[in-house]
Ligand binder design. Sequence first.
Ligand code: IPD
Ligand code: CA
Length: 268
Amino acid sequence: MTARLEAASGYARQAQELILSRISGPDPSLSVTTKTSVTDMVTDVDRAVEKLLVAGIREDFGQDRIVGEEFGDAGGDGPYAWVVDPIDGTTNFIYGFPAFAISIAVRDLSQDTTVCGVVLDVPRDRLYEAARGKGAFVDGKRIQVTTRSRLSESLIATGFGYASEVRKVQGAIFSEIIPLVRDIRRAGAASLDLCMVACGELDGYYESGLWPWDFMAGALIVEEAGGKVTGGLEPSPGSAMTVATNGAVHDELRTLVVSLATGHGARS
Ligand code: IPD
Ligand code: CA
């Protein structure tokens, strides 16, 4: 697996260069279009980065499957699948708000597990890497989750989807969680929220409505940093709910999120 982890980090570095070459200031002249709603934006850079990642993977690991956010399934019939988000935090990228990343996970389809993952925080120039069973690292240094054990003293992140009806419910849940925790952050890139749990900049994170490319690499990085990642009612993280914590506050946050989601008629 080392070969795929090293390759993923190499592709992420090339992608970072491409992204940086297109940042001209807080208002870059990008070609911006929308996807599922007027709030859900995509740029020519998202597409160019995904093409670059797919080309690299195709050349080095011809049989592997590839699934990306912008172009979907790029084929391949091997036992490994690459799940890539060329830019996680596209809104931030467009505005120049400093929280966006390239996220790459490699899955072993026979085991249904993520075997390695990298998240490259472009503005902070930090490379998070993990391989299953080998620990999590940022820029080569081992990282670890916090040890805080009370939810009331925990810094928690969350995020919101692009559909207004979904946001209404997410906002209602948020308003009931905020009085019960130290504070809440919404940085705008799920992969980075997860990495911030992994390296102790946050104690926990929850979000509904994520896609596999948003959370797969970051989830492995949290687990390898000693944390815990689950769904709400489901054992595994997924589109219904993703809860990631330092482990110590996991049950408390998960129970709270599930009961609030249920109370608001939402899936978890
Ligand atoms: C989004 C970001 C955001 C999260 C959304 C995601 P994108 O990804 O991760 O933080 O709240 O749910 O869709 O669209 O910037 O790749
Ligand atoms: Ca994206």
